[in-house]
Ligand binder design. Structure first.
Ligand code: UDP
Ligand code: MG
Length: 312
């Protein structure tokens, strides 16, 4: 079989040489053992890096014909860079594996991916069964996010990121999903097809620092919810309904008070509390609805998800 490995890179000059060296030994060994054909390749997608990443990629391509490169015209973000690589190369390999440039995900698991592909699986998820090298903060927030997604009724694979194999058939189906606010790991389970997981231990980032600061993590998490679930909209409706029921009680009390006790005017506390409480809920609800309208707006413009500048 012909295998392709797709790796999005954003400012990865510090680690890319080591990544290339390790991938070379992996590819050579697998080709020697006859597990994959000698036309198999690794393709780096340069996501508008501001450092020497693209120069390095050109160098690797020069030295070893198993290495290719795609340069995007600017920074489009991890998910878009990944989809650019997958869509550009899907017709050139029997299956594509996506991974990160930083060697955090054990590259030797590629052998298990290929074995599963040969058993007839179209989607193989890489799942981290040990994340002790991630910071407590990253693990905690990730855990919360998986739970929240499940609560919203979104199917997702816990502890699976973007390390996976997709067969050509799965890739052709993925090509039909034209969403702008892309959250690939949420789309893949929707493809159906025969799938399975392989397990590995997640390591340290080999060089450089994370390209996912908190701000990007939050934006990414929002995409992971608002692009897949309308439960937040329903929660607004339910909250509104509960407040409406409560207001009936309050109205009854106000009227009864007027008719029988006449103690009105009093009640500054309850007035202030309800102004702030209802006001807060209203503004938050408008914000949530806005998230969906904003996504609709972006999708309706139908702009390209990525722009390729150069391909080698
Ligand atoms: N990445 C990218 N574009 C971006 C941000 C990240 O292509 O705008 C790439 C990055 O080079 C790496 C992968 O996405 O190969 C995952 O990023 P990172 O390792 O920083 O994320 P973390 O493992 O910390 O979640
Ligand atoms: Mg990483």
């Amino acid at each position: 079989m012909k295998l392709g490995i797709v790796i999005p890179c954003y400012n990865e000059e510090e680690g890319l040489s080591e990544t290339t060296k390790q991938l070379q030994s992996l590819l050579n060994e697998m080709i020697r053992e006859g597990e994959i054909s000698s036309e198999s390749f690794v393709c780096y997608v340069d996501d508008g890096s501001k450092d020497r990443t693209w120069e390095l990629i050109k160098g690797f391509q020069n030295d070893d014909s198993h290495f290719k490169g795609i340069k995007l015209s600017r920074n489009f973000g991890h998910q878009n860079a990944l989809i650019a690589g997958l869509m550009q190369l899907k017709d050139e390999a029997d299956a594509l594996i996506s991974m990160d440039a930083d060697l955090q995900d054990d590259i030797w698991v590629v052998k298990d991916f290929v074995a599963k592909y040969k058993e007839g699986y179209h989607v193989v998820y890489g799942v981290r069964d040990d994340r002790t090298t991630d910071t407590g903060f990253k693990r905690g927030t990730a855990e919360m996010f998986y739970k929240f997604q499940a609560f919203m009724g979104i199917e997702s694979i816990s502890n699976h990121a973007d390390y996976r194999l997709l067969s050509q058939k799965a890739l052709n189906t993925l090509a039909e999903f034209k969403e702008i606010n892309l959250f690939i790991r949420g789309v893949v389970p929707l493809l159906g097809y025969k799938s399975c997981s392989v397990y590995y231990k997640r390591g340290e980032r080999f060089a450089g620092e994370t390209k996912y600061p908190l701000k990007k993590m939050i934006a990414f998490a929002l995409d992971g919810i608002a692009s897949f679930s309308v439960v937040p909209l329903r929660l607004i409706t339910i909250t509104g309904f509960i407040l409406f029921l409560l207001s009936l009680l309050v109205i009854a009390w106000i009227v009864l008070d007027k008719l029988f006790f006449n103690t009105a005017v009093q009640g500054w506390t309850s007035t202030m509390v309800s102004i702030y409480f209802i006001g807060g809920i209203q503004i938050m609800s408008i914000g949530i609805i806005g998230e969906y309208i904003g996504r609709n707006f972006q999708q309706s413009k139908n702009r390209p998800r990525y722009i390729i500048d150069e391909e080698i």
